[in-house]
Design a protein around this ligand. Structure first.
Ligand code: ATP
Length: 450
C-alpha cells in the first residue's frame, strides 16, 4: 500500500492544523485539511482512505456532507469530530454510515490517532486478502496443469466446458493422475463460484460411522458424542462447490442418503427435522470404474447416473508421451527454486529412463522420483543414476512425501547410499562429500545401519 491519505474537514483552522500535525507524525499518513464541506466534496475524487469530519461547518451540516460522501464513496470511512457531546447526534450519524464519533476534548487527538491506525490496519488486511485472492485465482488456472499431449489437451477442453456451467462433473483416472487438480481448476475457473468455497471431502479418509455427520451435519445430542451442533460439508459449500473425492468408497446406505440430498437439493442434519436448502455444485472423483462397481452391486445405479454429469477421464501418465519430460522438468525447476539450488539439468539418458518407465503412481510418483533425483544429483546434473524407481521398496519414495527434519532427510539419504554402494563407508562419504567420521558417528548412535 502507498501513502495513507487522510482528509480533515474543520473550519477551526487552528484545530485542523494541530490535528494535521499530530497525524503526520506517522510519515505514512498524507494529511490534507479543508475548511468547508464543499471543499471536501470537490476533492473526493483524489480518493482519501479516510475522512475526519467536523460536525458543524459554515456552509453545510455535517450530516449533509456525510450523505454526499457516502453517495459517491460508500466504502470511505468517515469519523465525525465534534464539540457536541450529544449522544443522539452521534447515534444519528452512525446510522447514516459514520465509522466513529469523536468528541473534541483533551483526548481527541489521541483517539484520532487510534482510529487512523485501526482503519489503516483494516485497509492493509483487505489489500492482503485481495492479493491472496488473485494469487489463488492464478494458482488454479489452467497453467497450473502441465502437459501438451493430445490426451491432456482433450482434458483441458472439457475443463473449460465444465467451468462455464454448474453441471456435475465426474473425474476418473488412476491414482496420482491429477484428479484433485482438475477439480480445483473447474471450481476456480467458474466465474460464479471462484470467490465461493471449494469444500473437499475425501470419502476414503473418513471413518464410515462419521461420514454421514461430516457430510450432512448433526444437532447437539443427535448421537452419543454429539456434544455440539455441527454444520456439514454440504452446508459449508452453499453457493460454492463440494468435491467428493473417492466417491467409489461410499457405502450403499449412505449412497441412498446422498441421492436424496442431490435430488431434493436440501440436507437434514442428523437429529433435526428441518431441511436446509443447499445449492452447492457437485464434483466427484474416483480411481475406480464406477460402471463396474454398479455391475458388481457396490454402487447404486441411480446415483451413478445422477453423478455422471460431464465425465472427465484422466489418462495415465504412461499414455502421455513426452509430457513425462515436460512434467519432470517442471517439478525439478520448482524444487530447485524452492530450495535455492540454482538451475538443475536433466541428461538425455535420464530422460530416456523416465520415458521407459510404467509409472504406476502416475504424476505423484514422477514428482517424488525427480525431487529425490534433484537431492541426489551432483554438479547440478541429474543423470540416469539419480533416477530411482525401486523407491517404494526401500522407502525412498516416502522421503519426499513425508515431512522430515533436515537430519531425518540426511539419515534417509545416507542410508540409501550405503545400501546402494554395498555399505562402503569410504565410497559413500566421498560421493556425498561428507566426513567418514560423520557416518561412523551416526552408526554408533543407531541412526544408520551398516
Ligand atoms: N498435469 C499436472 N501438472 C502438474 N502437476 C500435476 C499434474 N497432475 C498431477 N499433478 C500433481 O501430482 C500430484 C497428484 O495429483 P492429484 O492429487 O491431483 O492426483 P489424484 O488423481 O487426485 O490422486 P488420488 O487418486 O491419489 O487422490 C499433486 O501434487 C499434483 O499437483
Amino acid at each position: 500500500m502507498n501513502g495513507f491519505k487522510i482528509f480533515i474537514v474543520d473550519d477551526n483552522e487552528l484545530y485542523a492544523k494541530a490535528s494535521q500535525h499530530h497525524l503526520s507524525l506517522n510519515p505514512d499518513n498524507e494529511v490534507e485539511s479543508f475548511s468547508t464541506g464543499k471543499d471536501c466534496i470537490n476533492n473526493l475524487y483524489t480518493k482519501p482512505n479516510m475522512i475526519f469530519l467536523d460536525y458543524s461547518l459554515p456552509d453545510m451540516s455535517g450530516i449533509e456532507v456525510l450523505r454526499k460522501i457516502k453517495q459517491s464513496y460508500p466504502e470511505t470511512p468517515v469519523v465525525i469530530v465534534s464539540g457536541q457531546e450529544d449522544v443522539s447526534t452521534a447515534v444519528e450519524l452512525l446510522k447514516e454510515g459514520a465509522y466513529d464519533y469523536i468528541v473534541k476534548d483533551e483526548n481527541a487527538h489521541e483517539r484520532m490517532w487510534k482510529s487512523t491506525n485501526n482503519i489503516r490496519e483494516n485497509f492493509m488486511l483487505r489489500d492482503e486478502i485481495d492479493k491472496l485472492r488473485e494469487e489463488v485465482d492464478h494458482k488454479y488456472d489452467f497453467s497450473n496443469i502441465k502437459g501438451n499431449s493430445l490426451a491432456l489437451k482433450k482434458v483441458y477442453k472439457l475443463i473449460e466446458k465444465a467451468s462455464q456451467t454448474n453441471i456435475t462433473v465426474s473425474i476418473t483416472g488412476e491414482t496420482g493422475t491429477g484428479k484433485e487438480l482438475v477439480a480445483k481448476a473447474i471450481h476456480y475457473n467458474n466465474k460464479n463460484k471462484q470467490k465461493r468455497p471449494l469444500v473437499a471431502v475425501n470419502i476414503a479418509a473418513i471413518p464410515r460411522d462419521l461420514l454421514e455427520s461430516e457430510l450432512f451435519g448433526h444437532e447437539k445430542g443427535a448421537f452419543t458424542g454429539a456434544s455440539n451442533r455441527r454444520i456439514g460439508k454440504f452446508e459449508e459449500a452453499i453457493g460454492g462447490t463440494i468435491f467428493l473425492d473417492e466417491i467409489g468408497e461410499m457405502d450403499l446406505n449412505l449412497q441412498a442418503k446422498l441421492l436424496r440430498v442431490l435430488q431434493e437439493k436440501e440436507v437434514t442434519r442428523i437429529g433435526s427435522n428441518t431441511p436446509v436448502k443447499v445449492n452447492a455444485r457437485v464434483l466427484v472423483a474416483t480411481h475406480k470404474t464406477l460402471a463396474e462397481e454398479v455391475k458388481a452391486g457396490r454402487f447404486r445405479e441411480d446415483l451413478y447416473y445422477r453423478l455422471l454429469g460431464l465425465p472427465i477421464e484422466l489418462p495415465p501418465l504412461r499414455d502421455r508421451g513426452n509430457d513425462i519430460v515436460v512434467l519432470a522438468k517442471h517439478f525439478i525447476d520448482d524444487f530447485a527454486s524452492e530450495n535455492d539450488m540454482g538451475k538443475l539439468h536433466i541428461t538425455a539418458d535420464a530422460q530416456k529412463k523416465l520415458l521407459n518407465y510404467d509409472w504406476p503412481g502416475n504424476v505423484r510418483e514422477l514428482k517424488a522420483v525427480v525431487e529425490l533425483a534433484s537431492v541426489l544429483c551432483d554438479d547440478g546434473k541429474i543423470t540416469d543414476m539419480d533416477i530411482n524407481f525401486n523407491s517404494t521398496n526401500n522407502g525412498l519414495s516416502e522421503l519426499m512425501s513425508k515431512e522430515l527434519t533436515l537430519k531425518g532427510y540426511n539419515i534417509k539419504i545416507i542410508q540409501h547410499f550405503l545400501d546402494k554402494y554395498e555399505r562402503n563407508v569410504v565410497d559413500v562419504a566421498k560421493k556425498l562429500d561428507i566426513g567418514k567420521s560423520t557416518i561412523y558417528r551416526m552408526v554408533k548412535n543407531n541412526e544408520l545401519e551398516i
